[in-house]
Design a protein around this ligand. Structure first.
Ligand code: MTE
Length: 330
């Protein structure tokens, strides 16, 4: 075992590990975005080097010292490579194999794009992507993401707290939950031909969960616009919940009085409850949730990590569930 790290170890930039053409295309897209929102912090991350995916400790330290107003928005854990994060995906609209989304999501058209906000709000409306990009200051957040299937990754997302959008639309007193509806278009999404889920993919949060500053409305990762397979052009990242709560390619946000039924609950209610907080003490009916395999760590035979309550974000979000029976409310 090597106890001393080799200081000369090479840490590839994503420009080195992504096919050159694809990389440059993303850069171009990003330049387009940053022009659209010149004057916001997006321009800052746009100009940044592809960051910490295989970060040297120094780089991580720099990342962690990036001003972030949100407690818990940075972990000191090593980020996954861009390659891992963009080729091992769940996006059933493009197929159920982990490699399918990267292979098939090229057909997703992310412009023009708009998100309709409706329901129990004072200011409903249709936000086009440009308006959403300008709505608040972009931040970079290094989040752990734990999938219900038992694997995890650490990914530097770019976006702002969903709360920023929610405040703008002024939920009324009947708004208790927020429902997220994602794109379902057969002409772009080959996976819709299969009946694995009821389309469109729908997810939901309680309003106070959606308002929690850690809940991120994300437009990018690794300093670049989101690749299609990761939910371009806009998705949710809710780091204390199993990954399926983080809906991709959102087209509608509805504020409602009653608890929404998510696609996963509809497909198997006994396996996927509404809350879906990462909880090592509540097993999935078919497997334990006590440990997880970090993607990129030595393949199938690598030692698993213990899964942490609320995916390690207990200090930040535990209060949201004070007094609740989290075995019943799984
Ligand atoms: N959103 C949509 N629209 N369709 C999906 O199939 N899969 C979910 C979630 N969001 C999914 C989705 C699941 S199961 C996970 S684990 C995460 O996206 C994976 O996100 P990532 O591929 O960016 O890591």
């Amino acid at each position: 075992m090597h106890l001393i790290k080799n200081p000369d170890q090479h840490h590839p930039l994503s420009s080195e590990i992504t096919p050159r053409e694809a990389f440059e295309q993303r850069r171009l897209l990003l330049r387009g975005l940053s022009t659209a929102v010149a004057g916001t912090a997006l321009a800052t991350w746009a100009g940044r080097e592809a960051m910490a995916q295989t970060a040297a400790p120094g780089k991580l330290a720099r990342l962690a010292s990036t001003p972030s107003r949100v407690a818990g928005a940075m972990t000191m854990e090593k980020a996954n490579s861009y390659q891992d994060a963009s080729t091992y995906n769940n996006y059933y609209e493009f197929g159920t194999d982990k490699a399918d989304p990267a292979r098939n999501a090229g057909s997703l058209r992310t412009r023009p794009w708009s998100v309709t906000v409706e329901g129990e709000v004072g200011k409903p409306g249709v936000f086009d992507l440009e308006a959403l990009l300008k709505l608040s200051t972009m931040e970079e957040r290094l989040y752990r993401m734990r999938c219900v299937e038992g694997w995890s990754m650490v990914i530097p997302w770019v976006g702002y707290s969903l709360a920023e959008l929610i405040k703008k639309v002024e939920p009324n007193s009947r708004a208790k939950y927020v429902e997220f509806v994602t794109l379902a278009d057969k002409s772009q999404m080959p996976g819709l031909r299969s009946g694995v889920l009821d389309w469109p993919y729908v997810e939901g949060l309680r309003l106070d969960e959606a308002m929690h500053p850690l809940a991120l409305l994300s437009f990018g990762m690794y300093g670049e616009v989101l690749p299609n397979q990761n939910g371009a052009p806009v998705r949710l990242v809710v780091p204390w919940k199993y990954g399926f709560k983080s809906a991709k390619s959102i087209v509608k946000i509805r504020f409602v009085e009653k608890q929404p039924v998510s696609s996963w609950t509809r497909s198997a209610a006994q396996e996927y409850g509404f809350f879906s907080n990462v909880n090592p003490q509540v097993d999935h009916p078919r497997w334990s949730q006590g440990t997880e395999r970090r993607i990129g760590e030595g393949g199938l035979f690598a030692k698993k990590r213990p899964t942490l309550m609320f995916n390690g974000y207990e200090a930040q979000v535990g209060q949201l569930y004070a007094g609740m029976d989290l075995v019943k409310n799984y």
